[in-house]
Design a protein around this ligand. Structure first.
Ligand code: AMP
Length: 116
């Protein structure tokens, strides 16, 4: 079996994470190296490596992740002022953890498209 990702280890309680939301399908934790005052990662419990690995059976889960992004943004107090949602995919996409996750960034003015 493939080695567990750091996010699976956090989800399974093997290493600590700062949880801000949990349900049966996904969790949301604070990023350990925040790029903005609010930086939360929404992570499916299912260890899908990347957005490129989503299959038709993940249809509802993919939609659910966006609904949780919306909930987290409200909970973190950035929904009204605005925030950024990022999914990095693969090497050139800048993905460093091979477990699908959605970044929710807010609390400061964003510019451009994060193309650096
Ligand atoms: P990405 O580059 O899109 O794969 O994003 C991975 C994110 O995971 C980075 O923003 C890291 O700061 C974050 N990260 C890595 N390890 C941890 C951890 N143990 N707890 C919380 N966030 C983490």
């Amino acid at each position: 079996m493939a080695e567990k990702t750091i996010f699976s280890r956090i989800i399974d309680g093997e290493i600590p994470g700062s949880f801000v939301y949990q349900d049966e399908h996904c969790v949301a934790i604070r990023d350990i190296n925040p790029a903005a005052p609010v930086h939360v990662l929404v992570i499916p419990r299912k260890p899908i490596p990347s957005i490129a690995d989503l299959t038709p059976e993940d249809h509802a889960l993919a939609g659910h992740l966006l609904m949780v992004v919306r909930k987290v943004a409200e909970q973190e107090g950035v929904a009204e002022r605005g925030y950024r949602v990022v999914i990095n995919a693969g090497d050139e996409g800048g993905q460093t953890v091979p477990h699908l996750h959605v970044h929710v960034l807010g609390g400061k003015q964003m510019h451009g498209h994060g193309t650096a």
